[in-house]
Design a protein around this ligand. Structure first.
Ligand code: FAD
Length: 378
């Protein structure tokens, strides 16, 4: 890609080298097995923790890397480049921040070291079978009983649902109060009454375990609540922009890598006595992809610099997520086409990306919800 990247410092690029080596050594050789298993090994989480690749933004005193969002973005970019669906980002940059920012000192000391080392794997459970977009309409309840909450309800589409040890559960502590009745409670998955449903059979991202979760009178101490009761919706609104922006960072890196791979393919593949690259149609299509990839890179790096200064707004994160995932999807379709039948074979990175990336227009908040958020400021 010809855009000079000015957003990263020297220490970021050194960290990239470590992350890339780790992924080549500890992730890529296992991907086929994990795709078959529908889950990655616990071992890779522990190894990533030992190598300092989990929770890179969290403070060193709790076991984190003491870095900034640039380090997190590098891991997302390197996983995207390798075509690996491993949910380190969800754990480190989407769920752990709830505990790091909202947790009391006691909660942080209790949970963060194991989270940073990879011993305790995280999930966040917002979506329910009845709906995910309208968060304030969730129905899972947490009813106070002495020093405990008693949780009842069910969640679905939960990433790390099968492997997780700690789940940040979004529940209603006051069903009559709408958005003001939502609270966040950490549930240890060995608690009585907690049950995982089936591992869901997804279109793509087959190495990530996505599951249903059931809560049947699960008793959790009130001390497991994050932040204040009734403020859960506001906390989600503070943290969701980072989740959305990571999706944009991934999409930009993915698009650049897929363009390289598609160029390699079309320059090698022959049809009608010439290479596929020799057709003017191929050149024009890939020129369009290049222009879009450059535009996307420019936008993402601009917002990345903003986010490293903690200036990225919810609207900007929604713009980044919307533009990145829609652009990637348009380009993917063209690049699949240029691969012919091989573009439909999962052993080719383009086909794998086609099934893996479709969901990015839906999860992290559907792109229609992004448009709604953006339009409110127009
Ligand atoms: C692979 C995968 C992993 C996921 N991981 C997690 C996870 O870890 N934790 C978690 O809590 N959830 C997770 N999700 C759920 C995901 O965030 C939701 O699927 C998403 O937010 C949409 O919710 P929904 O599926 O209930 O769709 P619905 O809310 O039923 O919406 C369906 C469609 O209706 C339209 N729509 C909805 N609202 C509006 C609106 N305001 N304006 C216009 N149109 C609208 C959109 O087209 C939307 O796609 C995951 C989903 C998938 C597929």
């Amino acid at each position: 890609m010809q855009v000079e990247r000015k957003v990263y410092r020297e220490d970021h690029e050194q960290f990239r080298a470590t992350a890339r080596r780790f992924i080549e050594r500890e992730v890529v050789p296992h991907m086929d097995q994990w795709l078959k298993d529908g889950i990655v090994s616990r071992e890779v989480w522990m190894k990533a923790g030992r190598e300092g690749l989990l929770c890179t933004m969290l403070p060193v005193e709790h076991g984190g890397g003491g870095g900034d969002f640039g380090h997190s973005a590098i891991i997302a970019e390197e996983l995207a480049r390798a075509g690996a669906s491993v949910s380190f980002g969800l754990h480190s940059d989407i769920v752990a921040p709830y505990i790091a920012r909202l947790g009391t000192e006691a909660q942080q000391q209790r949970w963060l070291p194991g989270i940073c080392s990879g011993e305790q794997i995280l999930a966040v459970a917002i979506t329910e079978p009845g709906g995910g977009s309208d968060v304030k309409a969730i129905r899972t309840s947490a009813v106070r009983d002495g020093d405990d909450y008693v949780i009842n309800g069910s969640k679905t589409f939960i990433s790390n649902g099968f492997i997780s040890d700690l789940v940040v559960v979004v529940c209603k502590t006051d069903p009559a109060a709408g958005a003001k009745g939502v609270s966040l409670v950490v549930v240890e998955t060995n608690r009585e009454g907690f049950r995982r449903g089936r591992k869901l059979d997804k279109v793509g991202m087959h190495s990530q375990d996505t599951a249903e979760l059931f809560f049947d009178n699960v008793r959790v101490p009130v001390a497991n609540r994050l932040g204040e009761e009734g403020k859960g919706f506001a906390y989600l609104m503070q943290e969701l922009p980072q989740e959305r922006f990571i999706i944009a960072v991934t999409a930009a890196a993915k698009l650049e890598r897929l363009l390289e791979q598609t160029l390699e393919y079309v320059k090698d593949r022959k049809a009608f006595g010439q290479t596929v690259w020799d057709f003017q149609n191929t050149k024009f299509r890939l020129a369009d992809v290049k222009a879009k990839a450059v535009a996307l890179r420019t936008m993402v790096d601009h917002y990345l610099a903003e986010h490293m200064r903690r200036k990225l707004t919810a609207e900007e994160a929604a713009i980044a997520k919307l533009y990145a995932t829609e652009t990637l999807w348009q380009c993917l379709d063209d690049m699949v086409q240029l691969h012919g039948g091989y573009g439909y074979m999962l052993e080719y990175p383009i086909a794998r990306a086609f099934v893996d990336m479709r969901v990015s227009r839906v999860y992290g908040g559907s792109n229609e919800v992004m448009r709604d958020l953006i339009s409110r400021k127009l």
